[in-house]
Design a protein around this ligand. Structure first.
Ligand code: ZN
Length: 138
């Protein structure tokens, strides 16, 4: 894949340097059979250094996950080699099946089929709590 010329796909830009791999893992991109490039420590006038993920396929990505890892990242949707849409992100109010509760007695730990749901309780400190037992995410 020529990483500079994606025809149809998604470029996640302005990722905080060092978080590209974390995002790659949380988005479960390793499980996809598509061309993906993670470019680390790219010089950025705005940020000093940044990471970029290029996905050479028109697949849905979980914007909540990206917003959670890095609300300052930007999403560029490329179609036929042209940038057709730019999306900015914010911290999601709820995260479903992104994080797992660390409380072993939480109902989401014992009931396999329950969704793991976390709620943003403090935007300034990016604090999420389990909706079942209120345990902090981090
Ligand atoms: Zn819990």
């Amino acid at each position: 894949m020529n990483i500079d010329s994606i025809q149809n796909g998604i470029v996640i830009d302005h990722i905080t340097a060092g978080r590209g791999m974390e995002l790659y893992d949380l988005l479960n991109l390793g499980a996809l059979d598509v061309s993906i490039a993670i470019i680390k420590n790219v010089s950025s006038r705005k940020m000093g250094k940044k990471d970029i993920i290029k996905i050479d396929a028109d697949i849905p990505v979980d914007l909540d996950v990206i917003g959670y890892v890095d609300p300052n990242a930007t999403i560029n949707i490329i179609r036929d080699g042209v940038l057709v849409e730019k999306k900015s992100l914010s911290l999601p109010e709820r995260l479903v099946n992104v994080l797992k509760c660390k409380n072993p007695r939480c109902i989401s730990s014992t009931e396999q089929e329950l969704d793991h749901i976390f709620k943003l309780t403090d935007k300034e400190h990016k604090l999420y709590r389990c909706v079942y037992c209120e345990t902090k995410a981090n």
